[in-house]
Design a binder for this molecule. Sequence first.
Ligand code: HEC
Ligand code: HEC
Length: 179
Amino acid sequence: MMSHERLRLGIVLFLVCVGGAFSLGVAASSREGAVAPARDPLYVAECGSCHFAYPPGLLPARSWEQMMNGLERHFGENAEVSGATGKALQSYLAANAADRAGEGKARKFLASVRPGELPERITTTRYFVNKHREIPRHFWEKNPALGSLSRCEGCHVRADQGSFDEHEVRIPGVGRWED
Ligand code: HEC
Ligand code: HEC
């Protein structure tokens, strides 16, 4: 027969398990619409000086590798870094790329890239193009605060925290995005 002590221990363990499963579920769902933001100080300093420090989870590792090997011709700019810095950035990107860290939005970006493809930009991935195709071009192209869709943080007000939720979009000079 089960003693009172054993029974009590059983109940406590049961509650701990249920509580644990519940909080895991909550954490997973709040991550669903997000991607881990770029937090590495070296990365933010080097790769966030000309533009938003793009979260590594938005491109597969092979895209980052190719980009890092051609920084002297980076979208018309020279973004070259010294050897040691380059190595450190490469390993940070490789470890946190979409195919490594793939959770939430990172998984969606990755799923839209076919195995043989090597996207050079986040903004050319299928998932990105699909999500942004309804936005009238003049909202961003001639917008002095934007100029291109590469300015994620210009519209996604919590992009620096890795949140790209469509309900948190404010287009400069236009306002909230209503679907
Ligand atoms: C000297 C300025 C400069 C530096 C430094 C720089 N970039 Fe860029 N980057 C650019 C320009 C310019 C573009 C093109 C932006 C556009 O088309 O609007 C770009 C575009 C990008 C894009 C594509 C954005 C898209 O459209 O999807 C990625 C990804 C990117 N950079 C990553 C990096 C990484 C990683 C580093 C650090 C190793 C870095 N950049 C450092 C200037 C820079
Ligand atoms: C001109 C403003 C604008 C810019 C710049 C922009 N976005 Fe968006 N983004 C939107 C809007 C509006 C939506 C919602 C579209 C819809 O579904 O109706 C959206 C949707 C998204 C979604 C899907 C969100 C969801 O809840 O499903 C992701 C992910 C995203 N954007 C990432 C990015 C990234 C990464 C960048 C930069 C490379 C970027 N966006 C640049 C306006 C912008």
